[in-house]
Design a protein around this ligand. Structure first.
Ligand code: THU
Length: 151
């Protein structure tokens, strides 16, 4: 199994922990860090719908809580509709706009263009993008007069 396949497998496993009783759409995210370690997240919905957190944001907040925000190299993102036996679907999903911006914070901290691998819950299709292609002309620390965000 390639490193990217392993990252997608970790994201799929994380999607199994999605708390998504409202949308019935499970999302899993897995971050690979500079030392090869992986941090995962799943979407975390709330009865007050607007408070729901995306899987990518949960994973990035966890990386930050572990002092590893600047070490994010790549992310795998998967999602699918929850059915009887779990989430299904082969179509790749891509991070929402808010998650792209939050991912950009990690990219800026680490000084690297994070790779974003997108897949469905099953199947072999993995679409890879550079964050800079998904979020061109991003707002970032430089706009605040900060050359590189302080650690
Ligand atoms: N969701 C994510 O977790 N990540 C995304 O990038 C897009 C959407 C979640 C939010 C909500 O829990 C469910 O998917 C349906 O929108």
């Amino acid at each position: 199994m390639s490193d990217i396949d392993m990252l997608i497998a970790a994201a799929r496993a994380a999607a199994g922990h999605a708390h998504a009783p409202y949308s019935r759409f499970a999302v899993g995210a897995a971050l690979r860090l500079t030392d090869g370690s992986i941090i995962t997240g799943a979407n975390f919905e709330n009865a007050s719908y607007g408070l729901s957190l995306c899987a990518e944001t949960v994973a990035l907040a966890s990386a930050n809580a572990q002092g590893r925000l600047a070490d994010v190299v790549e992310i795998g993102v998967v999602g699918g509709v929850i059915g009887e036996g779990g989430a299904t679907g082969e179509a790749p999903i891509r991070p929402c706009g808010r998650c792209r911006q939050i991912l950009n914070e990690a990219a800026q901290m680490g000084g690297r263009d994070v790779l974003v691998h997108c897949a469905g819950m099953t199947g072999d299709v993995i679409e890879t993008h550079k964050l800079s292609d998904l979020l061109p002309h991003a707002f970032g620390p430089a706009d605040l007069g900060i050359g590189r965000a302080p650690r």
